[in-house]
Every structure is written in C-alpha cells, then in structure tokens.
Design a protein around this ligand. Structure first.
Ligand code: ADP
Ligand code: MG
Length: 309
C-alpha cells in the first residue's frame, strides 16, 4: 500500500473547456436575437466530414438564439454535372456562359441536390431546416448581369453576354423572416427570377450579400477554401475596409472568385451589415472560433473600425 493521496484537482483539459464557455458568454449575450448570413461552399463544401461540422455549428448558433441563414454555392458540383452530361461550356474572359441548358442543369444541382443535402445535414445535426431558392415566393427578383470589358488593344468597352446569369435587384425578406421566426433555418440556393419569368443563376456570394442587406444581418460570413484575403506575399490580411479593398483590387492583389466576394463584403457593410468575414471553411468549426472567442479568424471587413461591437 502507498500513502499517496488520490488527486482530486480538476483535469486541466476540462478547465480549459469551461473557460472557453465563459469566454463565449459576452458574445452569446451580444448576438442573441441577431441574424447571421453564412455563405457556404462550392469549394468549402468538398468534404462530408467538414460539412457535418458546419451543420453542427449552424444548429448551435440557432440553439443559442442567433438566427442563421445559409446561402450555398455549387460551382464545382455544377461543373462536374455538366461534364457528366457531356455539356460543353463556352467561356468569355474566364467566365462560364450560362445557356438555357446550362441554367437548367445548374438549377437541378443547386436547388435539387446541394440544397437538400445541406438541409439533411442540418436535420441530422438536430436542427430544423427548410430549403428554398429565390424562386420560392419569388422572394429574390433578379436582372440579367451586365458585364463589360475593356479591349486592351483599342481600349473600347464591350458588353460580355454571360447568358442566364443575374444579380438580385429586389429581395423580399418576409419569407426568410417567417422561416427563421418559426425556429427553422432557411437554406437558400442562389437562383433568382426575372420580371420576364426567366430563371437566373446568381453568384452565391452576391446572393448572400443581398439577403444579408435585406434582413439587416449583424454579420455576413463567406466560407471559402483559403485562409482569408491574402496579400501579394501570401500573408493573411486580417482587417480591411472598403478603401483598402479598392486599392487591392486596382493593384491586382485580389483576382478571380475573390473579386465578387469582396465586392459583396463592401456592399454589405455599406448597406448596414455590421461586419463581413471571409473565413477558411477548411478549418473545422472556423465559424465558432470567429464568433465566440476573442481570437478572430480570416479577414474581417468593416466600414468603420470604431463602431463594430
Ligand atoms: P468559393 O467557391 O468559396 O466562392 P472562389 O474560388 O470563388 O471560392 O474564390 C476564392 C478564390 O479566390 C481562392 O481560392 C483564390 O484562388 C482566389 N483569390 C484570388 N485572389 C486572392 C487573394 N488575394 N487572397 C485569397 N484568395 C484569392
Ligand atoms: Mg466563388
């Protein structure tokens, strides 16, 4: 027999968990009753285990009194389906032209497959979710996207016709409000309907921003497949405002899919959304870390650094 006393001191790992919870308290109090719009995937949606983590995070937000509204993308999945069906795409300046046939396939993938998959992940995580697109209740009216490009040789501006690609021009918040207030999480596919009755594909970042502005969201989260906005050396830029973003855009630091993402962030914060965050969707629970701890993650975009709570 030894006379060593049993160790009743608390397990440090358990203590750390309790500390994390108490650290979250001020954030829980601050955000209860507020709406957060979260844009998820295409690329961040790649792994089912990450998707399950994501669904758990969304259910947790709802449980603590925040109203999460999910908007999803699906570029890679649409690309894969077009390939499977042998539909060739034409690209203009790197942007896919959406013919009537492509738009039909995109709607099948977005509204049919991805939307319902996300709903079912949220349901499996113990939440309640309803999947809609902008066509339901015609809640997102869209107009054809007009894009122009300057010809480098002649410097003449020409119109690029991307087909059935639109941008939201009117968002009726009542359907989203009705779903959220009934304890359910709206999951939105980025499709709008034109006054002409046509179906328009909308960039999911743009769609998320328009929904965030319409419902007066406190936060807009854009989950993607990079750590955030990176500078020319590849280092993470943690805080940006609209004028810094204009500079990054002019000097070519941001390109490709990051352009609509940051245009969306600027528009959202100028429209009254408190802050927009570009977050790494590849990191498990990145959103919870950003919301409930003092350590921010990703890139925070705000209009005025003084006024964000
Ligand atoms: P998502 O499917 O999440 O919308 P996108 O491919 O449309 O992703 O946009 C994110 C991509 O933007 C990154 O994977 C990266 O290739 C590109 N990108 C361009 N410029 C930057 C930058 N300065 N910082 C980070 N990513 C950038
Ligand atoms: Mg994108």
């Amino acid at each position: 027999m030894t006379d060593e006393k049993p160790d009743h001191s608390p397990d440090p790992a358990m203590l750390a968990k309790a500390e994390t919870l108490t650290e979250a308290l001020p954030y829980l109090q601050r955000y209860a009753g507020k709406s957060f719009v979260i844009k998820y995937g295409g690329h961040a949606m790649g792994s089912p285990s990450l998707a399950r983590n994501f669904a758990e995070d969304i259910v947790l937000l709802k449980q603590v009194g925040i109203n999460p509204v999910v908007v999803h993308g699906g570029g890679p999945q649409i690309g894969a389906m077009l390939e499977r069906l042998g539909v060739e795409s034409k690209f203009v300046d790197g942007l896919r032209v959406t013919t009537k046939e492509t738009a039909e396939i995109a709607e099948m993938v977005l509204s049919g497959a991805i939307n319902k998959q996300l709903v079912s992940w949220i349901e499996q995580a113990g939440g309640s979710a309803i999947g809609i697109s902008g066509k339901d209740g015609s809640f997102v009216k869209a107009v054809k996207l007009r894009r122009t490009a300057r010809d480098p040789g002649s410097n003449i501006e020409r119109i690029i016709d991307l087909g059935f690609v639109g941008e939201p021009n009117k968002v009726d918040r009542s359907l989203v409000d009705t779903i959220s207030s009934s304890g359910t999480i709206p999951v939105i596919a980025p499709i709008g309907v034109g006054e002409d009755g046509h179906t328009y594909n909308i960039n999911a970042d743009t769609m998320a921003g328009a929904v965030a502005s319409a419902i007066g969201a406190a936060r807009l989260f854009l989950l993607t497949d990079v750590a955030g906005v990176l500078d020319k050396k590849g280092d993470l830029l943690t805080d940006l405002d609209p004028s810094m973003i204009r500079t990054l855009s002019e000097d070519g630091t941001i390109a490709g899919g990051m352009i609509p993402k940051l245009e969306t962030c600027v528009k959202a914060v100028e429209d009254g959304v408190d802050a927009a965050v570009v977050l790494d969707g590849r990191i498990p629970h990145a959103m919870l870390l950003e919301i409930f701890t003092s350590k921010g993650a990703g890139t925070l975009v705000r209009d005025d650094f003084e006024t964000v709570e």
